[in-house]
Write a protein that binds this ligand. Structure first.
Ligand code: ZN
Length: 291
């Protein structure tokens, strides 16, 4: 590949720098670094060390030393660049580490899902994070919020009450349809409710451009629609295709990665049928749900 996706680094509040990456398409996620008194914490490292290198240089220009890296969840596009920061403590929620170990490193799947970066996966060395201690102090009085499950089995968000900046990890998407393939739609709605209640002023989503509280409301409405339609479709014994024909994505109709609507609705229908739950996100069908 001749060119990596463009990154725009901006200081969204005192010492908090968002790295907005490409358009947020598959494999192109955002990251953030937080600086205070010469110390830096990195939240998510994108898919490849080559992507994270630009952020490492920007941190150096701030005269800061990275001592902590947080991976918000186990997806490769949020931890693939960890190798750039091996001098730091690299941390994730224990459930994300478990999910990552279960997933392994399916190169062929990644090459298929992200053909644009095909030639780079074989050389990627994944640095597995260590379990996040509790409590975990962060620069600029950052607070870690944990959601289990939402987008995945465990998702971290970081909230800065002083500046009202919120890093959502992949609980937040903007301009790119979110993907619930490894998560639970009802859990995702609960996570969004918690984030909305914070009333953030600046939202750094996992994918897409910088946002505000309004963008979280749009996303919650989307998942509420998906959740309700999923339940109605199961009650009416509709197929996914028939249910999808009734689905109106609203403002998300213009967002990238539109094939994800079907995946998300299927996920909601699985949840409605009791095939997945917050206990087991990949449970096989054992029995019909009550009623
Ligand atoms: Zn993700």
């Amino acid at each position: 590949m001749s060119e990596w996706p463009k990154q725009i680094i901006s200081e969204v509040a005192d010492g908090i720098f968002a790295v907005i990456h490409g358009q947020g398409e598959m494999g192109v996620s955002n990251a953030t670094f937080i600086v205070e008194q010469g110390r830096a914490c990195v939240v998510d490292t994108m898919t490849f060390p080559e992507m994270a290198a630009q952020m490492a240089q920007a941190i150096e220009r701030q005269g800061a030393h990275v001592d902590t890296v947080l991976n918000t969840h186990h997806h490769v596009d949020h931890m693939g660049g960890n190798a750039v920061f091996t001098g730091a403590r690299i941390l994730a929620h224990p459930r994300s580490i478990d999910a990552g170990q279960k997933l392994g490193f399916p190169v062929a799947v990644y090459e298929h899902l992200m053909p644009r970066f095909k030639e780079h996966f074989a050389d990627l060395e994944l640095v597995i994070p260590e379990p996040l201690p509790d409590p975990m102090p962060l620069p600029q009085e950052g607070e870690i919020l944990t959601f289990m499950p939402a987008h995945t089995a465990a998702d971290l968000a970081v909230w800065f009450p002083k500046s009202r900046v919120l890093l959502t990890g992949d609980v937040g998407f903007k301009g790119v349809v979110p993907l619930a393939l490894n998560g639970l739609v009802s859990g995702w709605i609960e996570a969004l409710n918690t984030l909305i209640a914070l009333k953030p002023e600046v939202v750094v989503p996992g994918h897409g451009s910088l946002g505000t509280l309004e963008d979280l409301l749009v996303l919650r409405n989307y998942f509420t629609t998906i959740h309700n339609l999923g339940h109605e479709a199961v009650q009416a014994k509709l197929t996914l295709r028939d249910a999808l024909a009734q689905f109106d994505p609203g403002p998300l109709g213009k967002w990238l990665e539109s094939e994800r609507h079907a995946i998300n609705l299927e996920r909601a229908m699985k949840e409605a049928r009791g095939e997945i739950s917050r206990i087991d996100l990949s449970a096989p069908v054992l029995s019909k749900p009550l009623g």
